[in-house]
Unconditional design. Structure first.
Length: 177
């Protein structure tokens, strides 16, 4: 069995891949939730349960990367037009803002994003969510209605991001010759 030296960029799954202790082959379809992934209009991003969600607590893949990293977990609430907090790497909200996304710092305490220590960041995020959960349901519903423009803005930013990134990468590639 190989011993892996744990360092700031070692992923949790690296150990499994190295010593073959589990099969890391990705599944070809979702065995757990066929309802969400089947049908012409059913996708993970349009899952019906989001009708009952005001705030998505995103648990990103890695909490302690030395750089911001997003996955489909972060994209999901944006695509479903919901508010979100992200338990992820340091400055992940700042990273999203750099692409034009708007976060919820007027409703939620997002100071957790500026905390480098992962455990302290986690505890700060819990406190922020706890404060949000104390709001009356009518207030939360009104917040969503009043900030519909932000939900739409984030959705449109996500929709347009692919074309912008392809254009940016094409420009960089063409100018690197």
């Amino acid at each position: 069995m190989n011993i892996i030296e744990i360092n700031p960029v070692t992923r949790v799954n690296d150990r499994f891949i190295t010593d073959q202790s589990i099969d890391c082959t990705p599944p070809k379809h979702d065995y757990c939730d066929a309802l969400i992934t089947s049908g012409a209009n059913q996708t993970r991003h349009r899952a019906g349960f989001y009708e009952n969600v005001a705030l998505d607590i995103v648990n990103e893949t890695v909490l302690d990367y030395p750089y911001p990293y997003i996955s489909e977990k972060t994209i999901r609430p944006i695509a479903c037009k919901r508010m979100f907090v992200i338990l992820g790497p340091y400055k992940i909200l700042q990273f999203l803002k750099s692409f034009g996304f708007q976060t919820w710092d007027d409703i939620l305490d997002e100071s957790y994003d500026n905390i480098q220590d992962p455990q302290a960041r986690f505890l700060s995020l819990i406190q922020s969510v706890d404060e949000f959960c104390k709001l009356p349901l009518d207030v939360v519903k009104q917040v969503l209605v009043d900030r519909r423009h932000r939900l739409d803005h984030n959705y449109n930013t996500l929709r347009d991001l692919r074309a912008k990134e392809i254009s940016r990468l094409s420009f960089l590639f063409e100018n690197s010759k």
